[in-house]
Design a protein around this ligand. Structure first.
Ligand SMILES: [Zn+2]
Length: 66
């Protein structure tokens, strides 16, 4: 199956993307650990969400604490 994902800006096909940690704010003074996923060619942000490493460590801690 061919990869049809492409960057909406530079239109390069994406077989790999960059991910980097970033701080997110929820509108108060509270900050959250998040991640941005960017095009390896032009740096355009393709997606953003919770930091997957922090999230998995948090879930593992909850399971371990049972
Ligand atoms: Zn791009």
């Amino acid at each position: 199956m061919s990869n049809i994902a492409k960057c909406p800006k530079c239109e390069n096909h994406q077989t790999e993307i960059n991910v980097a940690p970033i701080t997110a704010r929820d509108g108060t003074q509270k900050t959250l650990k998040a991640a941005v996923y960017t095009c390896r060619s032009c740096g355009t942000i393709l997606a953003a969400g919770p930091d997957p490493y922090v999230l998995s460590e948090h879930i593992a801690g909850l399971v371990k604490g049972r």
